[in-house]
Design a protein around this ligand. Structure first.
Ligand code: HEC
Length: 220
C-alpha cells in the first residue's frame, strides 16, 4: 500500500483517500440511522484521530475535493456541478459545529463576490443569482474519512420566497441525491437552515468564514 507523509510526520495511505467513500452522512436530526450509513471501506492512519491540523486539513482536502465534487455532480444542479471553479474564501477546511461538525469549505460565485461576500458589511444585499456553496467531509476518531453534504444558498429573484428573504437552501448528499431543497417538495427539511441563518439578517443572512480561515481577494 502506498503511504506518504502529510503534515508533521503523519502517514496517510494515498489509496484510502483516493478511494474516499461517498457515504451519506448527515441528517439534521442526527437520527439513529446515521451509524448505519457509515460504510468505511478503507483505512488510513493519522496520529491524531478525529482531529486534523490546519496543514493536514489542507492536504486531505486537496486529495479528496475532486472526488467529492464528482459525487455531488450526479445531482441535476448547476451549483453542484460548477462550484469547484468558483473562488474559495477559506484557506483551509475548518470544522463547522453548525453543519454537523464537519470540516467545511466556502465557495462563492462571481455574482456573490461582486455583491460583497468577501467583505461582508452590515446592510449588504446579495444580488439575485448570488450563490454560496459549502462542501464538507468528516474525519472520525476511527480514522475514517467520509464525504459529507454540499450546502447551498442561492439568492432568488425578488419576491420568489419572501419568508426566507428570497434565499433558496439546498443540501446535496455525497452520492448526488438531494436531501432537501426549499425549491422542491423537500422544502420542509430545509426550514432549519433559514431559522439559523436569519440571525444574520443585517448581513443578508450570511455568516462568512471564521476569521482565522479567511482568504482575501484583491478585487473584493
Ligand atoms: C445552527 C446554525 C446554522 C444552521 C442550522 C445552518 N447554518 Fe449554514 N452557516 C452557519 C454558520 C455559523 C456559517 C458560517 C461558519 C461556518 O461555516 O460554520 C454558515 C455558513 C453557511 C454557508 C456559507 C455562506 C455564509 O453564510 O457565509 C452556506 C452555503 C450555508 N451555511 C448553508 C446552509 C444550509 C443549506 C443549511 C441547512 C441545510 C444550513 N446552512 C444550516 C450556521 C448555520
Amino acid at each position: 500500500m502506498l503511504s506518504r507523509p502529510i503534515g508533521s510526520g503523519v502517514a496517510v495511505a494515498a489509496t484510502a483517500i483516493a478511494g474516499l467513500v461517498l457515504a451519506a452522512l448527515w441528517t439534521p436530526a442526527q437520527s439513529a440511522d446515521t451509524d448505519e450509513l457509515l460504510r468505511p471501506k478503507r483505512h488510513f492512519s493519522l496520529d491524531r484521530p478525529g482531529d486534523l491540523t490546519k496543514a493536514d486539513a489542507i492536504t486531505v482536502y486537496d486529495e479528496i475535493a475532486d472526488d467529492m465534487a464528482r459525487g455531488y455532480a450526479i445531482a441535476e444542479d448547476p451549483t453542484a456541478r460548477g462550484y469547484r471553479r468558483w473562488r474559495r474564501y477559506n484557506d483551509a477546511s475548518y470544522r463547522s459545529q453548525t453543519h454537523g461538525n464537519r470540516y467545511v469549505n466556502n465557495y462563492a460565485n462571481a455574482v456573490a463576490g461582486k455583491a460583497g461576500y468577501g467583505n461582508l458589511k452590515e446592510g449588504v444585499e446579495m444580488a439575485p443569482g448570488a450563490i454560496l456553496a459549502k462542501d464538507s467531509f468528516t474525519y472520525t476518531k476511527d480514522r475514517d474519512l467520509f464525504a459529507g453534504a454540499l450546502f447551498i444558498m442561492e439568492k432568488l429573484p425578488k419576491g420568489a420566497n419572501p419568508a426566507m428573504a428570497d434565499w433558496r437552501y439546498a443540501m446535496i448528499m455525497p452520492d448526488g441525491s438531494v436531501f432537501g431543497d426549499t425549491d422542491a417538495d423537500t422544502a420542509d427539511r430545509m426550514e432549519f437552515c433559514h431559522d439559523c441563518h436569519k440571525q444574520k439578517a443585517e448581513f443578508d443572512h450570511l455568516f462568512f468564514v471564521p476569521k482565522e480561515y479567511r482568504r482575501r481577494f484583491l478585487n473584493d
